[in-house]
Design a binder for this molecule. Structure first.
Ligand SMILES: Nc1ncnc2c1ncn2[C@@H]1O[C@H](COP(=O)(O)OP(=O)(O)OP(=O)(O)O)[C@@H](O)[C@H]1O
Ligand SMILES: [Mg+2]
Length: 243
C-alpha cells in the first residue's frame, strides 16, 4: 500500500506553472529517487509534502490523509512523522549543535532536559558527531553541517524522511557517510524520497525513480527498467550525472 501518494498535483507561482499534473506514489519502506533538472520543481514537491506549499489542485496523501486540506494545527502531527532534511541544512546559526538537535524535542515532546541530552548524545554518536556537541554551525565544515541537519530532522524518529540534495557539495567521504545513514534508516523501515543530482548515491539507495520533466513525472520505474531503454530521457539524465 502507498504511504505517500501525490495525485494530479498542480502548482503555479503567479503566472508561472511549475507542475501541471504530477502523479506518483511511494510504498511503505521504499526509497524513491525524485530526479529532474534544476528548477524542475523537486523542492516544491517536498515542501508540499509537509504542508509548506498548497497545491492549486490535486491530492497529497500521507497514510491516506490528504494533507493539503489540513489546518496549520493538524499539520503539526504530520510534521512529527514526516521529516524534511532541507537542501541547505537550515541550522539555527546562533545555536549550538546541542540546541539545534534539542529544538524538535523541546517543541514536540515532553521529555525532560536530561532525557533530551541522552537522546542527543546517542544521535550524535550515531552520526559520528559526538565531538561537535558544543560547536556552532559556523565552526563546522559543510559536510558536518549537512549531517547535523539530518540528525536534527531525525530526532523525532519520523516514519518518512524527505531528503533534499543531502550529498550536494560533499566530498566522497561525507557522501559515503550520508549513503550509509540513508541505508541504515531504510533498514529500520523508514520510507523516503531522495531528491538528488548525485546519481551514484541515488542508485546505491533508491528502489525506484521518478523523473520530473515538463511539469509532470515523465518516466518512473526501477533503475533497471529505466536504463534498459537507452533512448529514455532518464537514461540520458543518469548518464550525464554519473561523473
Ligand atoms: N515560493 C516561490 N515563489 C515563486 N516561485 C517559486 C517559489 N518556490 C519555487 N518557485 C519556482 O518554482 C520552480 C521550481 O523550484 P524548485 O525549488 O522546486 O526547483 P528544484 O527542482 O528543487 O531545483 P534545484 O535542483 O535547483 O534545487 C522554480 O522556477 C522556482 O523559481
Ligand atoms: Mg531544490
Amino acid at each position: 500500500m502507498a504511504l505517500i501518494e501525490i495525485k494530479n498535483f498542480k502548482k503555479s507561482f503567479g503566472s508561472k506553472c511549475v507542475h501541471e499534473d504530477v502523479t506518483f506514489y511511494v510504498k511503505k519502506g521504499e526509497c524513491v529517487g525524485l530526479v529532474g533538472g534544476s528548477g524542475a520543481g523537486k523542492s516544491v514537491i517536498l515542501r508540499s509534502l509537509i504542508g509548506l506549499e498548497k497545491p492549486d489542485s490535486g491530492q497529497i496523501e500521507i497514510d491516506g490523509v490528504d494533507i493539503s486540506k489540513l489546518s496549520e494545527n493538524q499539520l503539526i502531527n504530520i510534521r512529527k512523522k514526516v521529516a524534511y532534511a532541507f537542501q541547505g541544512g537550515a541550522l539555527f546559526d546562533s545555536q549550538s549543535v546541542y540546541d539545534n538537535l534539542a529544538y524538535p524535542l523541546r517543541e514536540h515532546t515532553s521529555f525532560s532536559e536530561s532525557e533530551i541530552r541522552n537522546k542527543i548524545i546517542v544521535q550524535l554518536t550515531e552520526f559520528g558527531l559526538a565531538d561537535s556537541i558544543d560547536l556552532f554551525p559556523s565552526e563546522l565544515s559543510g559536510g558536518m553541517q549537512k549531517r547535523v541537519g539530518l540528525a536534527r530532522a531525525m530526532m523525532l524518529e519520523p516514519e518518512i524522511i524527505l531528503y533534499d540534495e543531502p550529498t550536494a557539495g560533499l566530498d566522497p567521504y561525507n557522501t559515503k557517510k550520508i549513503q550509509e545513514l540513508i541505508l541504515r534508516l531504510k533498514s529500520k523501515g523508514v520510507t523516503s524520497i531522495l531528491v538528488t543530482h548525485d546519481m551514484p548515491t541515488a542508485i546505491a539507495v533508491c528502489d525506484k525513480f521518478a523523473f520530473l520533466k515538463d511539469k509532470k513525472i515523465s518516466e518512473q520505474g526501477t533503475i533497471q527498467q529505466l536504463t534498459e531503454n537507452k533512448n529514455s530521457l532518464i537514461h540520458q539524465f543518469i548518464e550525464g550525472h554519473m561523473i
